[in-house]
Design a protein around this ligand. Sequence first.
Ligand code: KG4
Ligand code: ZN
Length: 353
Amino acid sequence: MLILGIESSCDETGVALFDASGEGRLLCHALHTQIPLHQAYGGVVPELASRDHIRRVVPLFRKVLRDSGRAVSEIDAIAYTQGPGLAGALLVGASFAEGLALALGVPLVPVHHLEGHLLSPLLSRHKPAFPFAALLVSGGHTQLMRVEGVGRYTLLGETLDDAAGEAFDKTAKLLGLPYPGGAALSKLAEEGRPGSVRFPRPMLHSDDLNFSFSGLKTAAMLKIRDLPQAEEITRADLARGFQDAIVDVLVDKSARALKSCGLERLVVAGGVGANRELRRRLDRIASDCGFTVFYPELEYCTDNGAMIALAGALRFREGLSIVPPGGGFAVKPRWPLESAGSRDVSAVFPDRM
Ligand code: KG4
Ligand code: ZN
């Protein structure tokens, strides 16, 4: 049972082949990142992104077949990222998936991009069992979810403004680091002195599991403006202070989410999940509080086709959202994750429905 996965929601084209028989196994994945293409503009240019996806998707598909030694006729279903993301970019992956599905006479499995992220630790040998809480921290989203199983997601909290990755990227830009600055800022922060620059911890004590990060960017802007006068403070100190503030809030709210749901497993997914300080702090609190944290392998933290192939395989196995060949395709640039499941979770969380 071979599932092809296609990711094209933003600035990475990813294609993967997943063998869904038995335990399930990723056979091969290939990725092309557009980061150098967008760097000159300081952010993703949607039209350039769509055009580049068009150029990359077929060669990556051929590479995956070649590297895995499988024939196109062996593919049993095609999973693609249906949303959320850039409409034009999503359309490239979706229309390629639809065309191929029609040619092969196999079904399509539309996948929610964040579902791919939150299931991505299942690609590791050290897999979490359901149920678990998931901290999704990417460039576009910051959410805490309760995950009962495939397609059974309940939102516990989310950012009210900027996503954590977005805050990292905007502050990195203010510090003169190239796009997308999250990883570069965190590298710079490693050289900074803890406590030398103090940022606020937005919503740390709020009575919910929501976040707010847009104020941090403004705080960073003001501190950077004063940097030339404050000789004893370096850019690295500033990066350190900024990162510590974000990490403090993410760690605290994740621990509270686990406690309030009575869960013992936390999955951390999305690009910011690659952040070393976040991992260090979560591992420390996990051993103090007696829960376990699961991370995807670093190569599956940022966008990739493997997580979409995996999510597609799990949905296919459970008979969730399978579209017959020729059944048409659609993209959903804005799409809440809770509505991507097809199970009723109202019995589990009546107060949230
Ligand atoms: O999940 P992802 O690849 O794409 C989205 O779906 O958004 O996440 C990309 C985000 C970017 O904002 C990037 O700066 C951030 O993840 N990121 C990091 C790190 N590596 C990537 N942020 C903080 N620390 C990192 N090490
Ligand atoms: Zn993503």
